[in-house]
Design a binder for this molecule. Structure first.
Ligand SMILES: [Zn+2]
Length: 58
């Protein structure tokens, strides 16, 4: 078994991506759900979890 899940979780766990400008941002999921986090670049609060179906992270 490959320890992919654990590694990917560690990498992507608290990383979110702004939907507008695609800036990566670190935040806890709790904060994102409660919308306490806004993008540092454009200021919008629409953040997505980092992984979006792509298994191979470049
Ligand atoms: Zn943004």
């Amino acid at each position: 078994m490959v320890k992919f899940t654990e590694a990917s979780q560690r990498m992507f766990k608290n990383v979110f991506v702004c939907r507008r400008c695609k800036t990566k941002q670190r935040a806890t999921s709790q904060k994102v759900i409660k919308r306490l986090v806004s993008c540092k670049k454009c200021g919008c609060r629409a953040l997505r979890p980092m992984r979006k179906g792509k298994k191979a992270a470049k």
